[in-house]
Design a protein around this ligand. Sequence first.
Ligand code: 4AD
Length: 455
Amino acid sequence: MTSTSNDSLLVKILSSDRPLESVTVRGWVRTRRDAKGFSFVELNDGSTLKNLQIILDADTRGLLDPGDVQTGAALEVEGALSPSPGKGQRWELRAREAKILGKAEPGYPLQKKRHTDEFLRGIAHLRPRTNKYGALFRVRSETAYALHAFFRERSFFYLHSPVITGSDAEGAGELFRVGAAGDDPATGGFFGKPASLTVSGQLEAELFALALGRVYTFGPAFRAERSNTARHAAEFWMAEPEAAFFDLDMTMDLAEELVKHLVRWAMDESRDDLELFERFLEKGLFSRLEDLCGRAYERIPYFEAVRLLKESGRIFEHPPEHGSDIQTEHERFLTESYFKGPVFVYDYPAEIKPFYMRLSDDETTVRAMDLLVPRVGEIVGGSQREERLDKLLGRMDALGLSPESYWWYLDSRRYGGAPHSGFGLGFERLLMLITGIGNIRDVLPFPRTPGNLEF
Ligand code: 4AD
């Protein structure tokens, strides 16, 4: 049909610096407008936000059944790429040959008008054909590539941590259980022990960091969170770097560099797509992104964050208390009202954090950090890990975790258990930060949330 190079894609053709005598394009009809003797078809093949205007004259129209050239139909056209007299487009294609590759039946839901996000969620199988979601999913792909480039430049190796696991890394109990169809629980099922989908690849990443030095995972994580919010999904993607010989400060440096790198990359490489968001979703998007890249992110210890919240004079639904979690409303105050930008909060009380975080000398706090950003809230959570076996066992005991089931994790402390640190970056939340999209359901190809498992 065609070569696998991108020569036949609109992204390449539309950037041509000269007319082309003959090109063949294939894509989906966005709109058709008929005039005397001509039809104008806006064609899009998904490779770019921009459409190519196709001009069908009486001859080429004769090749097609006009009823078939409908919005949504797949069309192949051969013709000459010529300068366009039309506004806002450099090129148009004067068709010589045209054929329908796939008709669109009547009732195609994506007609030329603005659809609500709620409506489009109901047709998640078709929404990537809209300008907004096409743009978003290209940005998502580009940002994933940028993530790999970032870690590769810093000699981090990509680790594929398992999706099926026998341990609850975060200890928060939000597990999805896994079993084979027909498993008999009395026999322990397929694996002979309880199995679940991973909530985090961190524990496995730690083992590899203590072997390869610097690693990162990038894959899906699963949490049965019942809270139906705009920032939580049951299946989301997380990047988890883990580095031997990194302390907490280096880890915050790494997280800050990563976020800036990804934002900058999207601004440079996905400019056309982001311009759509700037125009229709968030005026001032580019200056906000520029600011995210240009400023140093604040860093404050947890006790200081609680003090700021208490002294803010604000009435919070959850009054800030030392020893309790930082709530969404608190994150908003810190990032949007007080610092007006991203802030790392670090050194949390030990009792509200998981077992693996390193105890500080006074043993009341752990070396944890969260990166909070305006509007989206927490996008990064990480820590320096507890590398001292006795302290780790003490923490596990306090939390009622059995050392026997974590024997392999504890071995990493028994044999060369060096200082190491890492974090998890919520990939969807990062995309919300970059695009200004306010709901996590709209940055996931097929979102999974309580009660939603269509597609
Ligand atoms: O803060 P969390 O729970 O950290 C961990 O999982 C650590 N094991 C990471 C590590 O140190 N290697 O999650 C990390 C990030 C959060 O900051 C958030 O951005 C995202 O993952 N996240 C979610 N994103 C969407 N939906 C959910 N249900 C999420 N839960 C966490």
